[in-house]
Design a protein around this ligand. Sequence first.
Ligand SMILES: NC(=O)c1ccc[n+]([C@@H]2O[C@H](COP(=O)([O-])OP(=O)(O)OC[C@H]3O[C@@H](n4cnc5c(N)ncnc54)[C@H](OP(=O)(O)O)[C@@H]3O)[C@@H](O)[C@H]2O)c1
Length: 257
Amino acid sequence: MALLEGNLVQSKPLLGKVALVTGASRGIGLNVARELSRYGAITVVNFNSSADKAEELAAELSRDHVEASAIQADVSKSEDVYRLTQEILDRYERVDIVVNNAGITRDSRFLSMSLEQWNEVLHTNLTGIFHITQNLLPSMIEHNYGRIINISSIIAQTGGFGQVNYSAAKAGILGLTKSLALETVKYNITVNTVCPGFILTDMVAAVPEKVQEKIKSKIPMGRFGTPQEVANVVRFLAVDGDYITGQCINVNGGLYM
Ligand SMILES: NC(=O)c1ccc[n+]([C@@H]2O[C@H](COP(=O)([O-])OP(=O)(O)OC[C@H]3O[C@@H](n4cnc5c(N)ncnc54)[C@H](OP(=O)(O)O)[C@@H]3O)[C@@H](O)[C@H]2O)c1
């Protein structure tokens, strides 16, 4: 019996943990939710508009791994996030792992960028993390445990043509991560960032094919990354990252070193 339990803990080291993944209906977030669930975490699949995909994923995770649920919330709206986080705490009484993944692009050259394009990206990609984390941190402090993993981007490090809004938001995440890591370290809460390079999701598929080929030719590994390759690093931080905090882990095929 003890041997069986030991094996279960080894194969599902996140058993008993509760994870929230924002923007988990598609792309990187979907793969992260699947990975955390596969490792045993009760997983909350947050989505904004893709209800069917999120419900489908939650049903798959509950069937194949551990209980999961899909909850709608626009992370840029404080009232939505309050509802989301209260629902999680009412249902599961704690949150151990938060993956702040939800993100959008609204590309435009700076001089033609509207304030709306600027605000939409900043409010979703950066302020969304503020809302989510501020609502869930007290519960993590109470349990003296937390793993906060923010998804930034290589564009935070290199800049991106037509992406002043996106790179500002993603670079903001790097600063937020380091400062919050300092404030939370005494509660056994780690805060880290993962910086993906170019990963095959809807976000990259939206880039014109010619531009995609140009980008690919500059990647030392000669290919785009897969969402699973990002999910593997997030899972590593959640499962084995006990002595890692305030860091940015690059998953970019060598494009930025
Ligand atoms: N793909 C890349 O090459 C790449 C590279 C570097 C960084 N990243 C970052 O990785 C993250 C995921 O990117 P991805 O490529 O997987 O994107 P994606 O395929 O476009 O999926 C975006 C996800 O975010 C959700 N979302 C968007 N706005 C939201 C909001 N206001 N509230 C809640 N959820 C929201 C979407 O939900 P709905 O479908 O329900 O609206 C969807 O699940 C983003 O932060 C992105 O900036 C991606």
